[in-house]
Design a protein around this ligand. Structure first.
Ligand SMILES: Nc1ncnc2c1ncn2[C@@H]1O[C@H](COP(=O)(O)OP(=O)(O)O)[C@@H](O)[C@H]1O
Ligand SMILES: [Mg+2]
Length: 418
């Protein structure tokens, strides 16, 4: 599992560590840096999937650009940034730190990549693998033979792009030797399992092709559900219905997807609503409410992405009435646990924070802009000095609406700098 994300000179962050729990909640006011944080995950996933650093940042035919493209990737006025992830090894005694260092000027290129192994009990660390573009150095302590094979491959394979535009992890992945390198495998699989969902109801209203995986905008929700085997589809539709029933004031009595057309290559999403007792109205996705569609997309992601994925959803409660916060919280916690999906959500909604309950406090992270430097900072809610005092005056959610947390953090920083 991913345990931590570390940002150095990434967008509005000069240095920040984001601890990751199975269920992580990020709160922060507008422009505090929540989306910047999420974009770091997007970039890492793109790199490990074999995209060039240019395309990963600036976008291409298939990738949407990361906001601001290459120009706004590094903290102004810096030109380099580094992203690091800490990944759990076997047991809890070992972990691996992967880092990638990128230059953005004049063009985007990967300057260095490194994997470090750490063993806690013996207080031992070792470089598993290191690559430095400037010196042209690629080395590994334990895997000299493998590195030799890879560097030979580099020369012989005539990669269509210069190698400093792609992550070395992808080259490892594409060679038959990967099976032998557990640590590289672990890092690749945990980054590949990042799934950022940003449901766009408008795109979920049409027919969609039968698909294996949900698109990040949820647009092929019908195609994904209809494409499941009958047994799994029945289960998924039943779960969708179970939670969706709590959504409107009336009743959603059934949710399902159906193949359409002669060849059945497309699908449409339907539901049955019962507004007055005994009168059932069948509707298709074209007339479903935005809130319902977003809710169904989130559930479909939780029910269909691979186990142990890290599902990331920004403004998870957007489009949902505050009175449905409890239902959303329960659904995320229950389905996440059932399917062993790690979740990261950002939210502004005080009702949602309260609905998660006090057990969530250890995994809430606050993003705010430092009053002195303007940089984004991350603080665990539980590490905020006067949290107990703040809590006395209101519920968790209320604290975030009134900006009391940010005020308290700002006050501390001003004191620190004196
Ligand atoms: N390269 C950069 N250097 C400094 N600040 C940046 C950079 N890129 C973005 N920002 C700042 O980040 C802020 C937007 O952060 P964002 O993550 O969208 O906020 P949120 O999602 O919390 O509303 C803007 O104020 C913008 O100026
Ligand atoms: Mg945002």
């Amino acid at each position: 599992m991913l345990k931590q994300l570390i940002l150095e000179n990434w967008k509005s962050f000069a240095y920040a560590e984001l601890p990751l729990s199975p269920f992580t909640v990020i709160v922060g006011t507008n422009a505090s840096g929540k989306s910047n944080l999420v974009e770091a995950f997007i970039l890492l996933k793109r790199l490990v999937s074999g995209n060039t650093i240019d395309a990963s940042l600036a976008g291409d035919k298939t990738l949407t650009p990361i906001r601001g493209g290459i120009d706004w990737a590094a903290l102004k006025p810096e030109r380099e940034f580094t992203l690091k992830v800490l990944v759990d090894g076997e047991g809890n005694q070992v972990d691996y730190l992967y880092s990638v260092n990128v230059d953005t000027k004049p063009d985007a290129e990967i300057l260095a990549e490194k994997i470090i192994y750490r063993e806690y009990q013996r207080d031992k660390t070792k470089v598993v693998f290191e690559r430095d573009i400037i010196s042209g150095y690629i080395d590994s302590h334990d895997y000299k033979d493998i590195i030799l094979k890879i560097s030979t491959l580099y020369k012989n394979a005539r990669w269509t792009l210069p190698n400093h535009h792609k992550s070395i992890l992808n080259y490892f992945k594409n060679t038959y030797i990967l099976d032998n390198i557990t640590e590289v495998n672990l890092i690749i699989s945990s980054l590949e399992k990042i799934f950022v969902l940003n449901p766009v109801p408008e795109r979920m209203r049409g027919y969609s092709p039968i698909s294996k995986t949900l698109d990040s905008d949820g647009s092929n929700i019908a195609g994904v559900i209809a494409g499941l085997s009958t047994r799994v589809r029945d289960e998924v539709e039943e779960t969708l219905c179970e939670y969706a029933q709590g959504l409107p004031a009336g009743n959603i009595v059934k949710v399902w997807a159906e193949r359409i057309g002669r060849l059945g290559g497309d699908a449409m999403l339907y539901c049955e609503e019962e507004w007055t007792h005994g009168q059932i109205q069948e509707i298709d996705a074209r007339s479903m409410s935005d809130g319902t569609l977003r809710f169904l997309a989130i559930m479909t992601a939780l029910l269909t992405i691979p186990r142990h994925s890290r599902l990331i959803i920004e403004d998870v409660d957007s489009g949902l009435h505050p009175s449905r916060a409890e239902l959303l919280a329960r659904m995320l916690l229950e389905l996440g646990r059932q399917r062993e999906i790690n979740i990261l959500v950002t939210t502004h909604n005080p009702a949602l924070l309260d609905a998660f309950g006090m057990e969530i406090v250890p995994s809430v992270v606050v993003v705010h802009r430092d009053v002195n430097t303007g940089e984004s900072k991350l603080t665990r809610l539980k590490d905020i000095e006067n949290l107990p005092k703040l809590m006395v005056s209101g519920a968790l959610g209320q604290l975030t609406t009134e900006g009391a947390i940010e005020d308290s953090l700002a006050a501390n920083r001003i004191q620190d700098s004196r």
